[in-house]
Design a protein around this ligand. Structure first.
Ligand SMILES: Cc1ncc(COP(=O)(O)O)c(C=O)c1O
Length: 418
């Protein structure tokens, strides 16, 4: 049975809402009250619990919970580390970092071998852009709709004006090309006289699960080779088994020069992200090891979580399970849409356990999120396209969880189109 620890009695819903309004963010407090969002207090397995003890099926978490919540092996290893050595001196060698780096490199393709651990996806993007710069890339090419984080460097390559425009004068210059359009990338590379790096998500997640043409990634790799450009694959959301392969690049047998990981890298237990690169890319950092550092990056607690996560993924065959469950959910959602008279107005896009439902407008998508909450199902919205709700479920659903999800989506759809 799933464990559930209620909050101390003194914490009531009204107080949380007021604290949000007065001390966290008044705008989000307003949104939460408009959408009647519950107050989440714990998670176990594929479920979340609110402060009234209601249980929700988790199909959200923005890609963090491929292993579900509080996987016992991850929690055990992290707890053990917590009690022995949670933070390191940073001066002496850190065996936990060494072990986790080697283990992560072992599941990466090709010569991706050196690992820089950090604490969030945006930091991994920053590290990659700096490394490309150190390797002589004076120009940066990114894709429209791509999402790489919101710190200044990462925002400079994030293709969404809404988040960029207030800071436009402060952002480094990037060239944006349409995602999936290989000719546009070729023209852009041709036009540049300096070395470039190309950063993209193999499947755009926050843009609403945009899957490019089948040969796109391979052609991107080919163009990068032809123009001596550095290829950065941001697999922060698409990686770590999410699409039914360790990395979305693996579907196309493509190895980038730099690969970014995050989200479920620590089994949903502690924040961690990583930049993984080839020895050739790593050379400048090997010459200047203190050029790019982080106090909390590669802390032993996070490293224990990474190790435990990689062990669970292999032991429980989660990559394969993500593929199989993804196929079942895709089929099931197609059937649900087919059975609803207005189902043709919703577009379904899938890549393993990264699934998107695109509605005609953002209002319908927001209503769908609320009706899913009524069905006790938690999903994600999409930061770069509010018309799309995304499902990023754990790879651990049982048959009854699948029924819960598909039945809930059918009922929520009926309410949305009422
Ligand atoms: C592909 C991708 N890159 C980078 C990021 C930024 O990660 P974080 O929010 O941990 O900084 C995200 C977050 O959604 C992402 O999906």
């Amino acid at each position: 049975m799933n464990s559930f620890s209620p909050l101390p009695a003194a914490t009531d819903a009204q107080r949380v809402r007021e604290q949000y309004r007065d001390h966290v963010n008044a705008g989000y407090a307003r949104l939460a009250s408009m959408m009647n969002l519950p107050i989440e207090v714990s998670g176990a397995g594929v479920y979340l619990f609110d402060m009234d003890g209601n249980r929700y099926l988790d199909a959200g978490g923005y890609g963090v919970f491929l292993l579900g919540h509080s996987h016992p092996h991850v929690v055990e290893q992290v707890s053990r580390q917590l009690h022995s050595h949670p933070m390191a001196s940073k001066l002496m060698l850190n065996p936990f970092q060494a072990q986790a780096a080697a283990a992560l490199a072992a599941v990466c393709p090709g010569e991706l071998q050196y690992v820089f651990f950090c604490n969030s996806g945006t930091e991994a993007t920053e590290a990659a852009l700096k490394l490309a710069w150190l390797n002589g890339c004076q120009q940066v090419i990114s894709t429209a709709g791509g999402y790489h984080g919101k710190s200044l460097g990462a925002l400079a390559v994030t293709g969404r004006e809404l988040y960029r425009s207030p800071f436009a004068d402060r952002l480094g210059h990037s060239h944006f090309v349409p995602f999936g359009d290989i000719d546009a990338l070729r023209l852009q590379l041709e036009s540049l006289s300096e070395r470039a790096c190309v950063i993209l998500e193999p499947i755009q997640a926050e843009a609403g699960v945009i899957v490019p043409p089948a040969d796109y990634l391979r052609q991107v790799r080919g163009l990068c080779d032809q123009y001596n450009a550095v290829l950065i694959a941001d697999e922060i959301q698409s990686g770590m088994g999410r699409t039914g392969r360790w990395w979305a690049c693996d579907h196309h047998a493509v190895t980038p020069d730099i690969l970014l990981a995050g989200k479920s890298l620590s089994g949903g237990c502690v924040p961690v992200s990583a930049m993984v690169c080839t020895p050739q890319m790593q050379a400048p950092l090997n010459r200047h090891p203190l050029m790019h550092t982080s106090t909390f990056g590669a802390n032993p607690l996070a490293m224990a979580a990474v190790m435990a996560t990689l062990e669970v993924m292999q032991r429980e065959h989660l990559v394969e399970r993500a593929e199989t469950l993804g196929q079942r959910l895709q089929q099931g959602l197609q059937d649900v849409l087919r059975q609803h008279p207005r189902g043709t107005q919703v577009q379904l896009r899938c890549a393993g356990l990264l699934l998107g439902l695109e509605f005609a407008d953002a209002g319908l998508a927001a209503n769908m999120v609320m009706h899913l909450i009524d069905q006790r199902i938690v999903v994600n919205h999409s930061l770069n396209d509010h018309r799309v709700i995304r499902l990023t479920p754990p790879a651990l659903y049982s048959d009854s969880d699948i029924d819960w999800l598909l039945g809930g989506v059918a009922r929520a759809l009926a309410s949305t189109f009422e």
